[in-house]
Design a binder for this molecule. Structure first.
Ligand SMILES: C[S@@+](CC[C@H](N)C(=O)[O-])C[C@H]1O[C@@H](n2cnc3c(N)ncnc32)[C@H](O)[C@@H]1O
Ligand SMILES: [Zn+2]
Ligand SMILES: [Zn+2]
Ligand SMILES: [Zn+2]
Length: 293
């Protein structure tokens, strides 16, 4: 074991690091549970933005809670995401109860904001550098972890993209949300210098996690990773850096789900993918928009 807890006591659970292959240790980074602002991004992204509910005596449930009535319900009684049960043409935004709400911290509409609670472990893989695996069985649609890092502007993301090499690896995620009126909202998160265990999650062309934008206090979404299927103890966790993978039932009218794209890895030329899945596309997804002027 290299480190007993890479979160240094910041998470509710310890996040150990092991290397069963050699003596290498992960390169240091600042541990943060949630996103922090990068250069020239105001703290405004963390200030309360949405109105809150008045559920002081009761639990936040359908027909009572104004947050759930306006936007949800999003979670079932086990805290599992349930938006995927209805086919939609566009990504349904997820809103949790926020700091304007009077409900308690045990409100069922607060899941992602509470952070990681599953036992996960950072480990050295054979061909993909470090990876993250689970130490317990995870049910489909359970919240696993948030892709935390520095929230940066598109200008800063373009600048950082220029500095990347195959050796540095890439921790920059570009999330695009397409709304029904053809607007595209971009969110850029870089976990290279600051992040949590999610920064170790590798890409797979056939992943077991799906990234869902979840809003709590701010208009800026949190990049939440949920189990896309039941995951067994010991399995490596992965998501599709291209965002092509989703678990929405496809709408018959539309055929194609256009709600959300997650665009991840890039470099000067495509990197070989070692996800080992039968549907492997051969190379890691490439984000070209960060290389255009
Ligand atoms: C967000 S990091 C993931 C953690 C990384 N493996 C590490 O050692 O810190 C993304 C980088 O991991 C590597 N990687 C992720 N998925 C991969 C895959 N399927 N095949 C090969 N390399 C991968 C690439 O170097 C990529 O730039
Ligand atoms: Zn409520
Ligand atoms: Zn509320
Ligand atoms: Zn692959």
């Amino acid at each position: 074991m290299i480190t007993e807890d890479i979160s240094q006591g910041k998470e509710r659970v310890k996040v150990p690091v092991v290397n069963e292959l050699n003596d290498e240790k992960p390169i240091g980074f600042g541990y943060t549970r949630f996103c922090i602002s990068g250069p020239n991004v105001s703290e405004a992204f963390n200030s309360p933005f949405y109105p809150g509910c008045g559920c002081e005596q009761t639990s936040c449930v359908t027909n009572i809670c104004s947050c759930i009535e306006s936007y949800g319900p999003f979670y079932d009684e086990n805290g599992c995401l349930q938006i995927y049960n209805q086919p939609t043409d566009y990504c349904q935004p997820v809103f949790e109860c926020n700091s304007h709400c009077v409900c308690s911290g045990s409100c069922p509409n607060r899941v992602v904001q509470k952070g990681q609670w599953l036992q996960l472990q950072v480990f050295k893989t054979k061909h993909k550098g470090w990876g993250l695996r689970t130490f317990e069985n995870i049910n489909k649609f359970t919240f696993v972890c948030e892709y935390a890092g520095e929230l940066i502007s598109i200008q800063e993301a373009k600048k950082r993209a220029q500095e990347l090499t195959h050796e540095t690896g890439n921790y920059l995620i570009v999330l695009r949300e397409h709304s029904s009126n053809d607007q595209v909202l971009r969110t850029h998160v870089d976990a290279r210098f600051h992040g949590n265990a999610s920064r170790f999650i590798n890409h797979s062309c056939s992943p077991n996690l799906v990234m869902v934008p979840v809003r709590v206090d701010s208009i800026v979404p949190r990049l939440a990773l949920f189990a896309a299927r039941n995951i067994d103890i010991g399995e490596e966790l992965s998501f599709d850096y291209s965002g092509e993978f989703d678990v929405w039932p496809s709408s018959e009218a539309n055929g194609e789900h256009k709600g959300l794209e997650v665009l991840g890895d890039f470099g000067k030329e495509p990197k070989s993918c070692f996800c080992d899945s039968q549907s492997c596309r051969g190379v890691l997804p490439f984000e070209s928009s960060l290389y255009s002027p």
